[in-house]
Write a protein that binds this ligand. Structure first.
Ligand code: HEM
Length: 152
């Protein structure tokens, strides 16, 4: 039987994973399917118009996902850190995960936003999307390990 005290955690993990699936899945689609297809089949000007229209639309979905991931991540952390007291491996891996997640969020916001400060990053969108896909893979691996570390 699932203890009823764990229901909020189950709901929070569900939203956490749901938002991760949408954000990472969307990025993989854009980087591996849409970007190469538009480069191959559209003239440069039409491609630029399409990419900036997509970035404007996709950024709204992405920012909601980031907000949900952050909120549910904090809820998950509040519960799970309490279940791993004095366990340096859990705390270190969790710290690395949060740092990588913050880098991923920064890159995602920088390449979909309009800030002039990040024009250089936006000129290499494909590269930074690929970096974010790799980061997401590492973060999911760390999350998987965290899940299987024995609780106190
Ligand atoms: C600052 C942001 C984040 C925080 C504070 C956070 C926190 C957490 C915590 C505490 C857990 C539970 C770990 C355990 O079972 O012991 C978790 C699970 C997980 N997180 Fe995050 N997370 C964040 C961002 C992300 C990101 C960016 C991704 C993916 C790219 C991600 C993917 C996952 C996955 C796949 C799980 C496993 C969920 C499950 O099996 O139920 N998290 N997260």
């Amino acid at each position: 039987m699932i203890p009823s005290a764990d229901l909020p955690l189950i709901v929070s993990r569900w939203f956490h994973l749901g938002a991760v699936i949408i954000a990472v899945g969307g990025t993989v689609f854009l980087r591996l399917v849409l970007h190469p297809a538009s480069r191959r089949h559209l003239p440069e000007r039409e491609q630029a118009t399409l990419i900036s229209a997509l970035a404007a639309r996709w950024s709204r979905v992405l920012y909601i996902c980031i907000a949900v991931i952050l909120l549910t991540g904090i809820i998950n952390a509040a519960v799970m850190l309490g279940r791993h007291p004095g366990q340096p491996i859990y705390h270190s891996l969790f710290g690395i995960k949060v740092l990588l997640a913050l880098v991923l969020f920064f890159l995602a916001i920088a390449i979909t936003g309009r800030s002039k400060a990040f024009t250089g990053l936006r000129q290499n969108r494909a590269r930074w999307m690929a970096v974010n896909i790799v980061l997401a893979g590492i973060i999911v691996l760390i999350s998987n390990i965290l899940k299987f570390l024995p609780t106190a």
